[in-house]
Design a protein around this ligand. Structure first.
Ligand code: NAD
Length: 356
């Protein structure tokens, strides 16, 4: 059966990096003999200019009937003056909410050839390979009541979780740990917060179904330090929404470049895949964008939505090979540039397809 992929390339470097990811997917599907039914729709600033809204109904309908959605990035300075709920970023938030994914997967890994890009010491980051599983629809960002009472000078938010919300994201994290190094670290603040005590008790309960996975609990404050001092100790890291937001951004320094990192949001009606970087208006249209984050995102599409894990591994190997052979985009070519061959966005895409 054809795999139905909706591509929403968006703004700035979004279309530039997405083009390379899509070319890689075409090559993979052609070779596998499976057909790829690909549709493209507008989202973000380009949709505001063309359709008057950052998320046209047509795009939303196409997303809801696809097997997966691959997004580039949205946003740009020309739309910054619009009210927040009509800006390009609002389209992406609406799409995420409509698709309903509750588990955000964000890898943080060290590639030996890029380790010098990380501000951390080589012997600390070398070999690190963490997969964050962040709960995305609960916790402090969504809990009610929430209010800023200007009259009394008080404000409050509510960190609320139900047992069911914790069970469903924990199961995803344990399943992923099973396919990796079988270690799961659950992050909470159970020494202070009741919601974290529920989190810890529930994750421990779910662990009974996964005797082959080692579970450990860490408090979020010490975890913030441990990830930086000993990132190699971690495999899958499971967090609630706020803690995951902070820790996964912190961990991006392990890889050393924003342009390298993919993400997937799964568990809802349709999975949403996007590189973690934004639309990078400062380099848009110059052929400088690193397409590897988008290409690694395409690998996640294959792994988590298309059931094509071997093909996902092949893409990841091709990316490593390109780096081993000294090929870089401008953002990765720090230090002694004579050691590298610096490629444009399209040339790096082409190189990955050659190495696949
Ligand atoms: P950004 O990620 O776009 O850029 C931050 C820095 O990283 C810039 O210097 C940029 O040139 C560089 N960079 C980012 N991706 C790169 C790549 N693939 N290759 C090489 N260099 C890369 O973040 P920002 O500057 O804070 O935001 C720019 C716009 O993107 C804003 O409108 C913001 O709202 C939007 N944004 C969108 C998303 C998304 O669509 N998911 C995420 C973050 C920011």
């Amino acid at each position: 059966m054809a795999f139905r992929l909706l591509v929403t390339a968006g703004d700035g470097i979004g279309p530039e990096v997405t083009r390379e990811a899509v070319a890689v997917l075409h090559q993979v599907f052609e070779r596998s003999g499976r057909s790829l039914d690909l549709q493209e729709k507008r989202i973000g600033g380009i949709a505001i200019d063309t359709d008057g809204t950052p998320l046209p109904q047509e795009t939303l309908d196409a997303a809801l009937s696809a097997d997966a959605v691959l997004l580039g990035a949205v946003g740009g300075t020309q739309w910054n003056a619009l009210p927040p709920n009509t800006r390009p970023e609002a389209g992406l938030l609406q799409l995420r909410a409509a698709l309903g994914g509750f588990a955000n997967l964000r890898p943080a890994f060290s590639i030996a050839e890029l380790a010098s890009n990380s501000p951390l010491k080589l012997d600390v980051v070398s070999g690190a390979d963490i997969l964050f599983v962040r709960e995305l629809l609960g916790g402090l960002y969504f809990g009610a009541p929430r209010e800023w009472n200007r009259a009394t000078g008080e404000a409050w938010n509510t960190m609320r979780y139900t047992r069911e919300e914790i069970v469903r994201v924990a199961r995803i994290a344990f399943d992923l740990a099973r396919k990796r190094r079988r270690k799961l670290t659950s992050v909470d603040k159970a020494n202070v917060l009741e919601v974290s005590q529920l989190w810890r008790a529930t994750v421990t309960e779910v662990a009974a179904d996964y005797p082959d996975v080692t579970l450990e609990h860490q408090l979020v404050d010490s975890m913030a330090m441990l990830i930086m001092t000993s990132p190699r100790n971690y495999d899958v890291v499971l967090t609630e929404n706020l803690f995951g937001d902070i820790l996964s951004d912190e961990s991006a320094v392990i890889t050393g470049s924003l342009g390298m990192l993919p993400s997937a949001t799964i568990g809802g009606k349709v999975n949403l895949y996007e590189p973690i970087h934004g639309s990078a208006p400062d380099i848009a249209g110059k052929g400088l964008a690193n397409p590897l984050g988008a290409i690694l995102t395409a690998a996640l599409v294959l792994r988590h939505s298309a059931g094509m894990d071997a093909e996902a591994v092949a893409i990841e190997s091709a990316v490593r090979k390109a780096l081993e052979q000294g090929f870089r985009t401008a953002d990765l070519a720090r230090g002694n540039t004579t050691d590298f061959t610096v490629l444009s966005t399209t040339a790096m895409g082409q190189k990955i397809r050659e190495l696949l």
